[in-house]
Each structure stands twice: as C-alpha cells, then as structure tokens.
Design a protein around this ligand. Structure first.
Ligand code: EZ4
Ligand code: CO
Length: 411
C-alpha cells in the first residue's frame, strides 16, 4: 500500500481546526489533528510545504519509521509547530492501519483496560454563586468531576472565566463557550496576591455546597513562582483537590521540586510540552502526579504511549489535554489511548459546538461523564469536507495577561 495524497483542511465550525487527511492507493483514508491554537497556519504550511511531499509514495504501515524520519530527518527537532505536524501524520497513519485491520484503534494498542473513560468538565463563574450554577450545569450533564475556575475580586478578566453563553447546544454537553479566541489578543489582568488570598475561600465554599465526594480540579495556568505555587497547594490541602494544574511554568523542571517539598496537593503538568524530554526530571524524580500532554501537541499516539509507559514506572498517571481547541480527531485518538493504557488517570472533555459535531462525525460517545471511543474501525472520525469548506478559517488569538502596572505576565 502507498500514500497517494495528503490534504490539509482548515475549518472553523466555532473555532479553527487543522486536519490532515492521508489517502492510500487502496482508497483508505486516515485523519490526524494538527490544530495549534492561535498559530494554526504555521502548522498548515509545515505540513503542506515540507511534510506532504515526503509522504507521497511511502508505505502508510510504517508508522514508527515515518515518525522517526520526520522527527530526526528535519534536523530542527521539537517545538509545538513541528510536533503538531508530526502528530497529525502519526494519528492519520494509525487511523489507516486500524481501518485496514477492521478494528477500532484501541484494539491495536493492546485492547481495552477499562470499560469507559472518566472525564472532567469545566465549571466557571465570575462570582461564587455563578460558579455554583456552572457546577450544577456540569453535574446535570453527567460529569462526575469538575474543574473550578473563578474571577478574583479586583480583577476584570481572569483565565477560564468566560462571559457569554455555552455553545455546545445539540449534544447536551455545554461548558464549551467560544472561549479564548479573539481577532486581536484580549488583554486579561492579574494579581497573584489577590488570587492566592481568594482561592481557598472559593474551594471552601464549593466543598460546603457540593460535599466531600466530588473530585475538584483547578488550573493555575502557569502564573505562579514555585514558592507561590507551594503556598497555594498548601492552602488548598483541606479541600482535597484531585489536582492543581500548571501551578508554575515548567521550563525549569527543577522548580517543581520546591513545590513538591511543601504540599501534598497532587500536581498535573504538561499541556504545552511536546516531547518526553520536557518531562525528564519531573517524571524520573516523581515531582508530579499526572502528565497532561495532548496527542495533537506531542507528536501523536506513538510518542504519547511511550511517555505513559515512562510515567507508569513512577506511579504517574495520564490526563490527556482535551480543551475545545483539540479537534474531535485529536480527541478520538486520545480516547482510544485512554481506554487502552493501564495508568489512565482522567480525560479532560469540554464538548464541542453543534456545528463541530456535524463537520466531524465521530463514533465516540459521552454518557454519564464518561467517554467511549466506539467500535468503528480506525479512530472513528470522518470529516465532511463540503460542510468544512462552508466554515472558513478566521484569524484568532489567545488572550495575553498583564499585571496591574502593565507588565506582561504568563497567561
Ligand atoms: O488554555 O487549550 O487545561 N486547559 C487549558 C486550555 C488552554 C488552551 C490553550 O489553547 O489550560 O484551556
Ligand atoms: Co490547563
């Protein structure tokens, strides 16, 4: 079998998605997600101009060899653009291989290790009463674990707290407002001391309202220094968090040592990482509890499975990044992996707009807060190209963050 065509399809059924479609001489097609939020077209060019010419005429069954060829053969290794492009190829080839086998991808990854995949949803509110309403809405949709994000008194706009309405109209999964994409970068504001004072009061209120059982998560979104993160983790210990996410930017992996020494709040990190080397110290020294990379930003299913095996040796679990900017193609690949690996932790799932569900028809299902990849051969997603063409690309940026004196801060 040979690859005879590879197309890059950009569509915006609520937000921009980049999809690679590989076609073989036997007429079998495979899809891969290459969406890099706010920098989408750089990956489109990387694929169209530099990767597709290398794929034509090659054997789609040689997934590992193709992966190594694209990774090592570029000479310029790693980085989000490169690894999103390689991820799309890797997933599209797994999709083809599984279709040829007539099996859902998870069967080729060793088969199911569980019946279904536990998820968490996003609850947010500018105020605590609004947050409570949002938690109730997620529980009504079936979620059995909830991420908590709130406004901070004195700050106008804070990460994860969205104005506007939910847009996942048709499938019963709301919690997916059209967030974090703006024609020019939205400027949010930040004050670490105000945040650190406020968060324990929020979690105390949520525990009082919803009881001790409900797993609660929180994303600090890279904003704290290690000693500030340590203080937050410690102050949230009475509220028994499932995890504290991205408490500090982790380019300096050793910074997590300081956090770890001061708190037993579980730590999750890695949604902006793109190779196993970003995790080397964090995993080997057991400085975190969950690895957060997405299939889409980590070079695909092949390297992510290797990361999970490395993590398993240190009792660290998976928590694949699953925001709205991972397309249903990237999400489907994640769910197959979640079902197959032993050290699965939890899967983030925010739902999609009704239009997204129309454009990307998928076999995966969401029920009672759990996902299942379905039994369709391959990853189980087909792209309606005609419909996709009706929702063209729109330039969009993520927000930026400034301290109250105007200094740029991590978003
Ligand atoms: O800000 O995916 O845990 N989820 C997150 C996301 C990220 C976006 C960036 O594109 O932190 O909401
Ligand atoms: Co996050």
């Amino acid at each position: 079998m040979k690859i005879i065509d590879a197309q890059v399809i950009v569509t915006n059924p609520g937000r921009n998605f980049v999809t690679l479609k590989i076609t073989t001489d036997e007429g079998i097609t495979g899809l891969g997600d290459a969406t890099l939020n706010g920098r989408e077209l750089s990956v489109v060019s990387y694929l169209r101009d530099h990767v597709v010419p290398l794929l034509l005429g090659t054997d789609p069954h040689r997934i590992e060899d193709t992966w190594q060829y694209l990774y090592r053969g570029a000479y310029w290794r790693r980085g989000p653009v490169t690894m999103a492009a390689i991820a799309a190829v890797d997933v599209a080839l797994w999709d083809i291989k599984a279709k040829v086998a007539g099996l859902p991808l998870y069967q080729l990854l060793g088969g199911a290790s569980r019946d279904r995949v536990r998820t968490y949803g996003h609850a947010n509110g500018a105020t605590v009463p609004e947050l409570f309403d949002s938690v109730r809405a997620r529980l009504a949709e079936g979620y059995q674990a909830v991420r908590i994000q709130t406004g901070v008194p004195g700050l106008k706009t804070v990460y994860g707290v969205h104005q506007g309405t939910a847009i996942a109209e048709a499938d019963g999964v709301a919690g997916a407002p059209r967030l974090d994409q703006h024609a020019t970068p939205l400027v949010e504001d930040w004050d670490t001391r105000a945040y650190l004072r406020h968060m324990p009061t929020v979690f105390e209120a949520v525990r009082n309202e919803f009881g001790p059982e409900l797993p609660l998560l929180h994303d600090a979104h890279h904003r704290l220094t290690p000693i500030e993160a340590a203080r937050l983790g410690k102050s949230l210990e009475p509220y028994d968090l499932f995890w504290l996410e991205d408490c500090t930017p982790a380019e300096n992996q050793d910074g997590l040592r300081l956090v770890r020494e001061h708190t037993t709040t579980p730590l999750a990190i890695g949604e902006v990482f793109n190779t196993v080397f970003d995790y080397q110290t964090l995993v080997a020294d057991q400085l975190i509890d969950y690895v957060r990379s997405a299939v889409t930003h980590f070079g695909g299913v092949s390297p992510l499975r290797k990361l999970f095996d490395f993590a398993a040796q240190h009792q660290i679990k998976s928590a694949i990044h699953g925001p709205e900017d991972i397309s249903p193609v990237g999400m489907a690949a994640a769910i197959h992996l979640d079902l197959a690996i032993h050290n699965f932790g939890i899967q983030e799932y925010s739902g999609y707009t009704a239009r997204t569900h129309e454009v990307f028809q998928h076999a995966f299902t969401f029920e009672d807060g759990h996902l299942h990849p379905g039994e369709a051969p391959g990853i189980g997603v087909e792209l309606d190209e005609e419909m996709a063409a009706g929702h063209p690309y729109e330039q969009a940026y993520l927000p930026v963050n400034r301290l109250q004196d105007g200094t740029i801060h991590d978003w």
